[in-house]
Design a protein around this ligand. Structure first.
Ligand SMILES: Cc1ncc(COP(=O)(O)O)c(C=O)c1O
Length: 479
């Protein structure tokens, strides 16, 4: 993993004026206008309303859950509604002048091309399809081929429940016992960060009995980013196939899946990729797993096993209806169904914004913006007196935008109510964590500054209410 330098902040960085000066210098500042920022009133409303009913924007730090809507989305989706209402079924095969998009038959491929730079893949290594958990199942159907002696899966100790369930059911479906076959990789007792050495040592310990390594590239709860390149190479050297769940990494941190030689990966697009709630997902298959070999005859394609459907068939023969499956080469050969053109359009709208910059440029701001958040949270108090602890690694190379703040027990509900009241959108994870994700494309340094003032005041109030507070800081250390 490349070493990233931690930003330094001068004395005076705690002043609002300093935050404003960072916004003025921000090389991505023009991007904020490309998104619809809900107002403070909007965010609390219980009625369906048009956005912007007041000028005071909320502070939206929840792009790790649902990214904000790009202004381009309405135009892109409307174009598809118009295509459907004007040319009906012909929209599948007809490019329409004036449309920002292609005919529906080519739209998934077009979207895959736009997605490839975000994950560092070749264009043919990406397919845009389905949803994250469904895709993980499809990928395991192809990449989890256990034998009696080699059937374990190495996964994250706090895997997102859907990943945990998917892996558990795959293992069970093959007739093995999840209790024995699911090997959870976790940190040392009392810690949250998992060292690369620990991961490699667990790989060593189980290599001879393991079929698959499947971890998140960036952990949803702690915000830790793993050294995907090093871990991939090591696990593969021990005979494991390696897949990554990039739900929290895609659109958040630069990725180089092809050069890292990753076998497969999957991600959703509704978080950092701003494609909308439940939007269509993406997957990556290394080119070596997408080859189709006709050396045994044109009717006998040789290809990696997968669960097939007609949209994985080569475009040339897809409508021959001859029930002879010839996969499309590359990741598109893993497609199953006809994808939703409306969904694809929403993702294309967001990708059009991403592709005006690059993940490396985005990362430059992430390092400063999240670094500033960390600096302000920690400044002015001693670790021993804080009522919270940041459990996300402090090394910028081991995290993305998100900081996870572990509160002392009993504060979460009151604190998050106060944040809600102040128009701050953050995400709470029971029992005691709030996750704050300032997103470089639409969040500002001034928002970070305001958030920290409100967070500290809310926490102080919480402490007062609980009754063990002295001068705005708690007496008990968070373990
Ligand atoms: C790490 C991770 N895996 C899986 C999922 C589930 O995604 P989906 O509901 O799109 O299948 C999520 C959703 O937030 C997630 O964060």
């Amino acid at each position: 993993m490349t070493m990233l330098e931690k930003p330094a902040f001068p004395p005076g960085a705690d002043a609002e004026q300093y935050a404003r000066s960072l916004d003025e210098e921000d090389h991505l500042r023009s991007f904020r206008d490309k998104f619809i920022i809900p107002s403070k009133e909007n965010i609390k409303t219980k009625k369906l309303e048009k956005p912007d009913i007041s000028d005071e924007p909320s502070i939206y730090f929840c792009g790790n859950s649902l990214g904000l809507q790009p202004r381009a989305t309405a135009k892109y989706v409307q174009a598809q509604l118009d295509a459907w209402s004007t040319v009906g079924v012909h929209g599948h095969f007809r490019d329409l002048e004036g449309s920002p998009l292609t005919q529906w038959q080519l739209l998934a491929e077009h979207t895959a091309k736009l997605s490839a730079p975000i994950v560092g893949a070749q264009e043919t290594e990406v397919a845009v399809m389905g949803s994250l958990t469904t895709n993980l199942h499809l990928l395991m159907a192809s990449f989890y081929l256990p034998t009696a002696s080699k059937h374990k899966i190495l996964l994250d100790w706090k895997a997102f429940p859907s990943d945990h369930y998917a892996i558990e059911s795959q293992i069970r479906g093959h007739g093995f016992d999840p209790k024995e076959a699911m090997i959870l990789i976790g940190p040392d007792e009392g810690e949250y960060e998992i060292s690369t050495e620990k991961i490699l040592s667990i790989i060593d310990e189980h290599a001879t009995t393991t079929a698959l390594f499947l971890m998140p590239g960036l952990q949803y709860y702690t915000g830790q980013r793993f050294d995907m390149q090093k871990i991939t190479a090591y696990a593969q050297s021990k005979g494991l196939l390696v897949g990554w769940d990039l739900a929290h990494a895609a659109g958040n941190v630069p990725l180089d899946l092809h050069d890292w030689n990753v076998d497969f990966a999957a991600w959703c697009t509704y978080k950092y990729m701003n494609a909308g709630p439940g939007a269509i997902a993406g997957l990556y298959i290394h080119e070596r797993h997408g080859t189709v070999d006709y050396s045994e005859g044109s009717d006998k394609p040789i290809f990696r096993h997968r669960l097939t459907g007609w949209y994985g068939g080569d475009k040339v023969g897809r409508f021959n209806m001859d029930n002879k499956f010839k996969p499309s080469p590359g990741a598109s050969g893993y497609q199953v169904s006809n994808p939703s053109a409306l969904d694809l359009s929403a993702l294309c709208a967001s990708l059009s914004v991403f592709n005006e910059t690059s993940m490396l440029e985005i990362e430059k701001k992430t390092i400063r913006l999240t670094g500033y958040l960390e600096h302000l949270l920690l400044s002015g108090t001693e670790a021993a007196t804080r009522a919270f602890r940041i459990i996300t690694p402090s090394d910028p190379g081991s995290r993305g935008t998100q900081l996870s703040i572990l509160l002392k027990p009993g504060r979460l509900d009151t604190l998050s109510e106060m944040l809600d009241e102040a128009g701050i959108v953050a995400d709470k994870r029971k029992p005691d964590v709030i996750r704050i994700a300032p997103v470089p494309l639409y969040n500002t340094y001034t928002e970070v500054w305001k958030f920290v003032q409100i967070f500290k005041a809310a926490l102080a109030k919480c402490e007062n209410e609980i009754g063990n507070m002295s001068n705005g800081v708690a007496k008990i250390t968070v373990k």
